[in-house]
Design a protein around this ligand. Structure first.
Ligand code: ADP
Length: 544
């Protein structure tokens, strides 16, 4: 028996009975060892960031029991991952790999199909396999977190020379985040763009290496991305075409200095001009990192809770009340955070040039450096982020409301004032109609921006969850109606978002389905991820 005490009824995957599932899992226990396979019959406890459960999505937007695994297993290495995949094909059990399983706001550790078996890769495959100091690259396993990679580089004495790029919170997997195409804050903030070479277990259990790794004896696996012939790497991101077991990541050589600053724009309508000023600074690489513009209220949510504001009858912060807090905190309707890299004289010259550019178009812009702000100011955390040092500060946001969970509504925006302005206005109006505060941030890339809107709701309040889901569905439709698409979304919304990518009658999904059917004939790997369903699932009511 796999269960210690039968506490919660185990979810059974499609095509199985409780009995056939148990038989299959006993077979898996023989392959991996009894202690490395556990039934998911534990109570569904949401936990917190430092103790995220493997049992379900702790930031559930549906019923917590909707997306649950039947069991969790812990393969020890690539060969065991491959054996688990072969096992899944034999028994036709859907499987769902995780690196760490935080993925908060996008589905946590949950699989899309109830009863799937989760492969928690991070627990036993958590090593930094190599650091090539001269070339500033490393090779990692799925369980390497930002914080552990940071500590590892410190421990081998190269932490000052080689920096990592940390996202908002450092507990996630470096590999998992890159595979989901997440973003951070340094010049290497586009995580996927800085991966280099991977090892993948295919849905039928073969093991491949991409790029130069596909050649026996090559020394360039972590040095040259492409190799010969088609470049496959991209199809293993946000997909269900393979399980990644090793990946190279570029590390940022210490640039010899960092100057961070905040610019505060007084009026809500200044967003347009601000982005117009920022675009040429990005394209011409005057600003070298992934800077951000965030709503003043979103910035204030690091220091305040919703109770500190006056709310209207819908529960939305009144503009006058937001303004009062913004004045008290000395910020703006929008704030801009950026980092300049290099020796002091160089960054000072750039800083002065940037100030001039803003003052020309938004004369009342206020600028702050670290010495101008109090100790608890976010700018000090920002200085750490942009230097590759992990911080937990973003957790403060979770105090905004009780039992806070969040989803992200995360559309792409062109890097121009017109698109940013129309998106902010459109999404803010829709969210306020449903009683939610628009808490938006633009993460600014060279030519496009991730407009990440944090959607806070009380996960213990069923009615509020329903409202949040209805609102975010409306936002996805609103965005699509003006040709705006999300870069990433929660499990429950992936079907809807996939359908908005509809050019030429949804040609891209037909192509994805062809790949899926060819690579995964039994449809065992992550059915439904990114809206891609294996042939046996299509049209059978699995889509949401
Ligand atoms: P986090 O780093 O936030 O903890 P997860 O480990 O939960 O992220 O992974 C995020 C998403 O990426 C999940 O949907 C997961 O299925 C997928 N994923 C993570 N690691 C791998 C991997 N090694 N191979 C394939 N997909 C992965």
């Amino acid at each position: 028996r796999l269960a210690t005490e039968n506490r919660r009824k185990v979810a059974v995957p499609p095509g199985h009975t409780a009995k056939s599932l148990e038989e299959a899992l006993l077979d898996l226990a023989n392959i991996l060892g009894q202690e490395w396979v556990k039934l998911n019959d534990v109570p569904l406890i949401d936990g917190d960031y430092h103790a995220v459960p493997l049992s379900h999505d702790s930031y559930h937007i549906l019923d917590p029991g909707d997306f649950v695994a039947s069991a969790v297993c812990w393969p020890a290495n690539t060969e065991e991952v491959s054996k688990t995949v072969v096992w899944a094909n034999k028994w036709k059990v859907p499987i769902w790999p995780l690196s760490i399983g935080r993925n908060l706001g996008y589905g946590g550790s949950a699989p899309r199909v109830r009863g799937s078996v989760v492969l928690d890769l991070g627990r036993r495959m958590n090593k930094v396999l190599n650091v090539d100091v001269e070339n500033a690259v490393c090779l990692i396993e799925p369980g390497v977190q930002y914080v552990t990679l940071y500590e590892y580089l410190q421990s081998i004495g190269v932490g000052n020379d080689l920096w990592i790029d940390v996202p908002d919170l450092p507990g996630g997997s470096v590999m998992g985040n890159a595979l989901d195409r997440g973003v951070g804050y340094t010049p290497y903030g586009d995580h996927w763009a800085h991966h280099i070479g991977m090892e993948v277990v295919t849905p039928t259990g073969e093991i491949i290496r991409t790029g130069m790794g596909s050649m026996e004896g090559s020394e360039c696996w972590q040095l040259f991305r492409y190799g010969f012939g088609p470049h496959q790497d991209g199809i293993f991101t946000q997909s269900n075409f393979g399980i990644v077991t090793k990946m190279g990541m570029e590390l940022l050589p210490n640039p010899g200095g960092v100057r961070v600053f905040m610019a505060a724009f007084p009026k809500y309508a200044d967003l347009h001009e601000a982005i117009e000023v920022i675009r040429p600074l990005m394209i011409r690489k005057v600003i070298g990192n992934v800077p951000m513009v965030r709503l003043g209220l979103q910035d204030a949510s690091l220091y305040k809770t919703r109770d500190d504001f006056e709310l209207d009858e819908r529960g939305v912060v009144k503009p006058e009340s937001a303004q009062k807090v913004i004045e008290e905190l000395n910020t703006g309707a929008w704030v801009f955070y950026a980092a300049l890299y290099g020796p002091d004289e160089v960054t000072l010259a750039k800083y002065q040039y940037i100030q001039e550019q803003f003052h020309r178009r938004i004369p009342n812009t206020k600028f702050y450096q670290r010495e101008d702000v109090p100790e608890n100011h976010y700018l000090h955390n920002y200085a750490r982020f942009t230097t590759g040092i992990p911080t937990w500060r973003e957790l403060d946001r979770m105090k905004w409301i009780p039992n806070a969970a969040h989803l992200f509504f995360a559309p792409l925006s062109a890097n121009n004032g017109k698109d940013a302005g129309r998106q902010a206005n459109m999404f803010r109006a829709r969210m306020e109609e449903y009683g939610f505060n628009y808490l938006g941030t633009f993460f600014i890339g060279t030519r496009a921006m991730h407009h990440v809107i944090s959607f806070m709701y009380n996960r213990k309040d069923v009615a509020e969850k329903k409202k949040a889901l209805a609102c975010i569905r409306a936002l996805i439709a609103d965005a699509a109606s003006i040709g705006v698409g999300e870069y990433r979304t929660h499990l429950a919304l992936q079907d809807q978002v996939a359908k908005t990518y509809n050019w030429n009658n949804g040609a891209i999904m037909k192509f994805n389905e062809q790949l899926k059917d060819a690579l995964d004939p039994n449809g065992i790997l992550q059915p439904g991820r990114s809206g891609i369903w294996p042939k046996d699932y299509r049209g059978k009511g699995f889509e949401l």
